[in-house]
Design a protein around this ligand. Structure first.
Ligand code: ZN
Ligand code: ZN
Ligand code: FE
Length: 324
C-alpha cells in the first residue's frame, strides 16, 4: 500500500510504502544480484542503464489510498516515478572507480531523465540521489543511484527556494552565487576547484565531511549544462569521491543529493544547481547519528570545524594507488 499523508504540524508530506518491507536485503550469493548482467531485469550487457524501481515509493499508476482524505487530514495518491540508475555492470565497483568520461556520460543520462520525467505534468520535482554503504541502510551493493519524480516540491528544497527567492528580492543577486563568492574569497573551506566547478565544506556544514559542489556560473539545472560543464562536473566528482575513499583508506559511505530547479514550470531563476554530500563518518571509526537534537529539533551538532575538515580533504590525494 502506498499513499501521501499530509502533516499539518510540520507542513510536509509523508509517503507510506508498506510493500517496501519485502525488499531483498543485500543479496550475497553470486548470481543473485538483480542488477548484474544476466538477471531478469538486465538480461543484456550494459554500460550504464536506468530501470524502474521494483519497490517504488511513488507509482505511475498509484493504488487507491488505504484511508479517506478529510478536510483536516489530507490524503493523496502516491503518484510519481521511482527509477534506479546502474552506474556500471561491475558488481563490486563504486562511482569513485568510474573514469571521468564514464561519469560525464552518467551526467548526460541524468540530464535526459531530468528532462523526460520533469516534462510530465504531475512531476513537480526530480530528485537524484545516491545512498552508499551499509551504514546508510543500502539494500543493494551494486553501484547505483536513484531518481524520484515527486508530485510535490520536497520540504528541504522548498526551504532553499524560499530563502533564495527572498535573498534575491532583497539584494538583487543570487544567494548561492554569494555563498560561492564568500567561500572562494575565504579559501580555507575549498576542497577542490576547476575552471567551471568549485567544491567546499560550507561554513554552515551539518556533517563533518559535508562537501557541496557548485558551478561557478549561475546555472539552474542540468539543462543549462554543455559538454564542457558535464566533463568538468565529472572531474570534480571523481576527485571528491577518490579523496573520500583515500581519507581513511576504505570505500567511504555517503548520501549524495542533487539540488536543482523544480520542474513545475514556475520561475526559479533565483535558484542555483548544486550537489550535496552527507557522509555519516566523523572519524575513521566514529559515526555521526541523527539523535534527539537533530531529529527532534532539526538542529545539528557538528563536532568538527568545516575549516579543519576541508583542510584534511584538500590534503588527501585525489588519485587511487593504482594510478601511481
Ligand atoms: Zn550486481
Ligand atoms: Zn547563482
Ligand atoms: Fe541545497
Amino acid at each position: 500500500m502506498s499513499e501521501l499523508r499530509y502533516n499539518p504540524v510540520l507542513r510536509e508530506w509523508i509517503i507510506t510504502a508498506t510493500h517496501r518491507q519485502e525488499r531483498p536485503l543485500l543479496p550475497k550469493k553470486p548470481g543473485s544480484c538483480p542488477f548484474c548482467v544476466g538477471a531478469e531485469e538486465v538480461p543484456e550487457p550494459y554500460e550504464m542503464v536506468v530501470l524502474p524501481n521494483r519497490f517504488p515509493s511513488l507509482h505511475i499508476n498509484p493504488p487507491a489510498p488505504e484511508i479517506e482524505s478529510d478536510e483536516f487530514y489530507r490524503v493523496e495518491e502516491a503518484k510519481g516515478i521511482c527509477e534506479v540508475v546502474l552506474y556500471s555492470p561491475e558488481h563490486n565497483s563504486t562511482l569513485s572507480q568510474q573514469s571521468i568520461p564514464h561519469i560525464a556520460k552518467l551526467v548526460s543520462l541524468l540530464t535526459e531523465r531530468y528532462k523526460e520525467l520533469g516534462s510530465k505534468d504531475y512531476v513537480k520535482y526530480v530528485l537524484f540521489f545516491e545512498n552508499k554503504g551499509e551504514i546508510i541502510g543500502v539494500t543493494m551493493h551494486h553501484p547505483h543511484g536513484q531518481i524520484y519524480a515527486f508530485p510535490f516540491i520536497p520540504p528541504i528544497i522548498e526551504r532553499e527556494l524560499t530563502s533564495s527567492r527572498e535573498f534575491f528580492e532583497k539584494n538583487k543577486k543570487c544567494l548561492h552565487c554569494e555563498i560561492i563568492r564568500k567561500e572562494r574569497s575565504f579559501k580555507k573551506r575549498i576542497v577542490y576547484e576547476n575552471e567551471i566547478f568549485v567544491s567546499f565544506i560550507p561554513f554552515y556544514a551539518r556533517w563533518p565531511y559535508e562537501v557541496h559542489i557548485y558551478p561557478k556560473q549561475h546555472l539552474l539545472s542540468f539543462l543549462d549544462f554543455q559538454d564542457k560543464e558535464r566533463e568538468k562536473l565529472a572531474e570534480v566528482l571523481k576527485i571528491v569521491l577518490v579523496k573520500y575513499d583515500n581519507l581513511f583508506s576504505f570505500s567511504f559511505p555517503y548520501m549524495m543529493i542533487i539540488h536543482q530547479k523544480p520542474t513545475d514550470n514556475n520561475d526559479y531563476s533565483y535558484y542555483h544547481f548544486h550537489i550535496e554530500f552527507y557522509p555519516p563518518h566523523r572519524s575513521k571509526d566514529k559515526i555521526k547519528y541523527l539523535a534527539g537534537c537533530e531529529s527532534g529539533a532539526g538542529t545539528f551538532i557538528n563536532d568538527t570545524l568545516a575549516e579543519e575538515k576541508a583542510e584534511e580533504l584538500k590534503n588527501t590525494p585525489p588519485f587511487s594507488p593504482e594510478d601511481l
